[in-house]
Design a protein around this ligand. Structure first.
Ligand SMILES: [Mg+2]
Length: 254
């Protein structure tokens, strides 16, 4: 999909659209209408690239003899722009291309990336924590809807949200994760939508995967769907019309 080059016009629109959602929720709350706002985690509220940087650094240090190419470059490459959605692409960007080494790294990376222990190395997208708190304070139920799975990742997901000051575990918040890892993200999110419709009026949806943005916009046509410009799958479909594009969650003042 074609991404816009960010400029002051986009920033102004971002400011207005983010603020408009807060205003809408405040109005609903005053009228005793229950608002729901859905936030995806990976690539939406959090930048996962530092998690991968940490993991690759650890693999390089622990298995130095098995991963000589990685061990040779990792200390010199702290530039996160080299880190992509796919770890295979990231390794290619780092010039790690020995097939056996790449396979070994991918296996060790996967084991760590999809676990409780390493989520705390994610960093929130700028303004995300402040904005989610504002949405919560305005009276919406904040739903963290993530493809992370309960058996391996629930505890770490909650830990990282709490660590950075997101509202979690308290009144007006809910965490929904996958029951099993194998469930496809889109299928999982579609199944959840029926439940969310009963919970209240879904006013806002935040996603970084075009497929999920489109799907949730179709499920909740009355809500405002936001797409966060971070990383997403390479084979992503084009974004539907009417979806707001965000660089981050900052509302800038002139
Ligand atoms: Mg995501």
């Amino acid at each position: 999909m074609i991404l816009p080059i960010w400029n002051s016009v986009y920033q102004q629109r971002q400011n207005e659209e983010l603020q408009a959602l807060i205003d809408k929720i405040e109005k609903n709350t005053q009228e005793d209408i229950s608002s729901v706002v859905i936030f995806d985690l990976d690539g939406t509220l959090f930048d996962n690239r530092p998690r991968t940087l940490h993991i690759l650094t650890e693999i390089a240090s622990r298995y130095e003899e098995k991963v000589p190419q990685l061990a040779n470059v990792i200390d010199r490459h702290r530039d996160l722009s080299l880190f992509e959605y796919s770890v295979a692409n990231t390794l290619a960007n780092l010039n790690v291309d020995d097939p056996e080494e790449v396979e070994f790294i991918k296996e060790k990376w996967q084991h760590r990336f999809f676990s409780d222990e390493y989520q705390k190395y994610d960093i929130p997208i700028p303004g995300a924590c402040k904005y989610v708190n504002k949405i919560h304070k305005a009276g919406a139920t904040v739903i963290y809807l993530t493809g992370r799975d309960a058996p391996r990742m629930l505890v770490g997901a909650i830990e990282s949200l709490r660590l950075f000051g997101f509202p979690i575990g308290i009144l007006g918040t809910m965490m929904i994760v996958k029951e099993v890892f194998e469930e496809q993200d889109e299928v999982f999110k579609r199944n959840v939508t029926q439940y969310l419709k009963r919970l209240g009026k879904v006013e806002g949806i935040f996603e970084n995967e075009p497929a999920n943005s489109n799907l949730l916009q179709e499920e909740f046509p009355e809500s405002q769907s936001f797409f966060v410009l971070t990383q997403h799958r390479e084979d992503a479909p084009p974004l539907n019309d009417g979806i707001s594009v965000l660089k981050d969650f900052r509302i800038t003042r002139k």
